[in-house]
Design a protein around this ligand. Sequence first.
Ligand code: HEC
Length: 120
Amino acid sequence: MRTFSVICALGLVILGSSWAAGQTARGNPDAGQAVYEKQCLRCHGSKLDGKGPDSQDLIVRPANLQSQASRTKTDWELLVTISNGVLFSPMHGFRGKLTDQQMLDVLSYIRSVVPSETVS
Ligand code: HEC
């Protein structure tokens, strides 16, 4: 019983402090829009459809964030991609370039334009 409560307490601490819990609630979509326009728009486009001005020149086309495939991903999956990037693609990781808060902000901006279709 004791072990159980320790595990519960630990779980709460981890959940409370990690991105995995209610992350979008803590992002600011307005701040995120500014980040998006500066860092992401040239590839992902003003409509988040992957048709930004630079997208034509890329061998791997930027993800269409409006697509079913992106909408059904969890916030966590998208955050990991924003943070780590996609291997062998022009989508490099933004960890170190953006703060954690900015990544949360940009995620909540994306979700404010294209609502999630997951129950995450
Ligand atoms: C140099 C062009 C480029 C820039 C700049 C860029 N991306 Fe990407 N992005 C891509 C490409 C290419 C992919 C991968 C497409 C694939 O996997 O086929 C991608 C994938 C993604 C995905 C994954 C979508 C999914 O459904 O898995 C997310 C989320 C994303 N980008 C968000 C962002 C955000 C947020 C920014 C700005 C902070 C950004 N990207 C900047 C090119 C870019």
